[in-house]
Design a protein around this ligand. Sequence first.
Ligand SMILES: Cc1cc2nc3c(=O)[nH]c(=O)nc-3n(C[C@H](O)[C@H](O)[C@H](O)COP(=O)(O)OP(=O)(O)OC[C@H]3O[C@@H](n4cnc5c(N)ncnc54)[C@H](O)[C@@H]3O)c2cc1C
Length: 389
Amino acid sequence: MDFEETEDHLLIRRTVSELVREFPDQYWRERDAKGEFPREFWNKMAEKGWFGVNIPEKYGGSGLGLVEASIVIHEVARSGGGVPAADLFMRTLLFAGQTILDYGSATVKEKYLPKIAQGQLICSFAHTEPNAGVNTFDVTTSAEEKGGRYHIRGQKIWITLAHMADVIIVVARTTPKDKVEKKSEGITLFLVNGKDQHVRTSKIPGMALNTLGSNMVFFDGVEVPAENIIGEKDKGWICLSSLLNAERIATASMSVGVGELVLERAVKYAKERVVFGRPIGMNQAIQFPLAHCKMQLEAAKLMALKAAWLFDKKKDCAFEANVAAYLGAKAAFEAADRAVQTLGGMGFAKEYDVERHWRDLRLFRTAPVPEEMVLNYVGQHVLGLPKSF
Ligand SMILES: Cc1cc2nc3c(=O)[nH]c(=O)nc-3n(C[C@H](O)[C@H](O)[C@H](O)COP(=O)(O)OP(=O)(O)OC[C@H]3O[C@@H](n4cnc5c(N)ncnc54)[C@H](O)[C@@H]3O)c2cc1C
C-alpha cells in the first residue's frame, strides 16, 4: 500500500493551482452575480491542454486516468475556482471524455475526443426528468428508430449548461418499461448535438451553480444517427452506472477541494479576528468545529482517491464512489457552514465569498445523488437489509 502521491501528481497539483490562481475571487464573484460563463478561464485551461487529461494521446490528450482527473478537479476547486470551475472539468473530462472513450463507437471517438481534449466542446449530461425523480428506470424520454436513425422526444430538468452545450449525453428509453423483463433494460445513452434546432432549453433560476446555469430541456424529435449510441442499445444501464460512479467520485473531489478552501478562509479569520481582547480562534467553540471539519475532509479525500483508483483499475467502485460523494458533500457543507459561522456577520458579505461556496456546496447533498439514496444503496446492497421502498 502506498499513500504517497507521485512526482507527476504533485506536478499536476502545482501547475493547475498556479493557473487557477490567475483567476481571483473577484472574477468568480462577478460570474456568479451575473450568471455568466467563465469564458476566459475556460480558454486558459483549454489552451494549456487540461481538458484532455484522461483522453489518450492518440486523440490529443495526456492519456492519464481518473485519479489524475480527480486531482485536477480537486485542485481547481481548492485554488479558488470553487464548484462551477471544477464542475466544468467533471462535465468535459467525465460525462463526455471518459464516457465516449469507454463506450463510444469508433466514429464518435474519432470525431469528438480530439475536440474535447482541446476544449472546443461544451458538454452536458441530461438524465433527470420532472416525473422520474431519482428513479432512473422511470425516465420516459424516448428514442424511436426510423430508417437507421433515432428520433428523441421528451423533457429533462435541471440540466446544467444545456443552453450552451455542443454535446449532450442523453438518457432515453428505447424500449418502454412495461416491455422489458428487468427495469434496468431498455435504457440507451445517446450523444446529441446540443445546437440542433429540435433541442430547446429554458433556464431555471436557482440557488447554486449560477455561473453555469441549469435548464429545462425539450427534445422535440431530434434525430441522431445510430453510431451516436453510447454503449449498446437497451443496455445503457451499464455505461450509465459507470458514468454515475465517475460523477460521484468527481463531486467528492470537488467537495473536498472547496471544503478545504473555505476551511482555510475560516482558520485565517479565526486567527486574525480579535474579540474580547483575543483571537476568536482561541475559543474552543470556534476551534473544535474547525478541527472536526479538517478530519472529515481528510477522510472524504482518501475515500475519493480510493474510488478513483478502483475505477482506473476497472474494478467495482460503486460502494466507494457513493461513500465518497456522501462523505465529501457532508464534510464540505459543514466546513462552509462553519466558515460562515466563524466569520460572523462577514460570513454573509459577498466580498468574503464563503456564502457563495456555502450555496454551491449545498447542492452536493442533493445532487447528483441525494444522501437518502446513498443510504438506501448501502443499507440494501452493501448490508443486505430489505429494500426500504
Ligand atoms: C443545480 C442543479 C444542477 C443539476 N444538474 C444536473 C445535470 O446536469 N444533469 C442531470 O441529469 N441532473 C441534474 N440535476 C438534477 C439532480 O441530479 C436531481 O435534482 C437529484 O438527483 C434529485 O432528484 P429530484 O430532484 O428528482 O428529487 P426527487 O426524486 O423528487 O426526490 C426528492 C427527495 O426525496 C428523496 N427520496 C426520493 N425517494 C426516496 C426513497 N425511496 N427513500 C428516501 N428518500 C427518497 C430524495 O432523496 C430527495 O431528497 C441538477 C440539480 C440541481 C439542483
